[in-house]
Write a new protein. Structure first.
Lengths: 77, 108
């Protein structure tokens, strides 16, 4: 049920078109990732909302096919 | 309000700080839950934990309650704060302590 890093990146970018996405495979097992998502459209949103936007983009896979995604979000400097 | 939602609502309002997690504070069953507990321990705040592995209804219900897909989940004075990543970001920025101070949560 694991997901490829490229697939995760594609989903996030499809849901948040202005996002810059960096995915790191933490354990090298295709199951534990870290994602850093930077988007201008996050500006003014509380952190919870920014993370929710990413989870929405992943369309319900979070907690399912994607067990372990360490997420950090930011707006561009 | 469904029974489960009412139960969760009651829990998060009964205690100042509630962590829904996998396992217990002493024996976390997941790395993310373990990290969340470590952050709260470090802040020296008293908190209540709910082991979602013991209760499938809560496990599912808490995700709907907060519109958040994963556990752990932190609530302060009835308000959803975030999961372990947000807790870590807030902790590192000093924002978690600030939130506890603002909400006048007592130290353990």
């Amino acid at each position: 049920m694991a997901m490829a890093a490229a697939e995760i990146e594609e989903l996030i970018r499809a849901g948040i078109p202005d996002a810059r996405v960096e995915i790191t495979d933490l354990a090298g097992d295709g199951d534990h990732y870290a994602a850093r998502v930077v988007a201008e459209s996050f500006r003014g949103m509380p952190r919870v909302r920014q993370h929710q936007r990413v989870y929405e983009a992943l369309g319900g896979r979070m907690g399912g096919a994607l067990h372990a995604l360490q997420l950090s979000t930011a707006t561009p400097d | 309000m469904s029974d489960t939602k009412a139960r969760i609502d009651e829990i998060v309002h009964r205690h100042d700080v509630v962590l829904f997690m996998k396992g217990t504070a002493l024996f976390p069953q997941c790395g993310f839950s373990s990290r969340a507990v470590a952050i709260l321990d470090h802040l020296g705040v008293g908190f209540e934990t709910v082991d979602v592995l013991q209760d499938p209804e809560i496990r599912q219900g808490v995700k709907e309650y907060s519109d958040w897909p994963t556990v752990p989940q932190l609530y302060v004075k009835g308000e959803f704060v975030g999961g372990s990543d947000i807790m870590m970001e807030m902790y590192e920025a000093g924002e978690l302590q600030q939130l506890l101070d603002e909400k006048q949560v007592a130290k353990a």
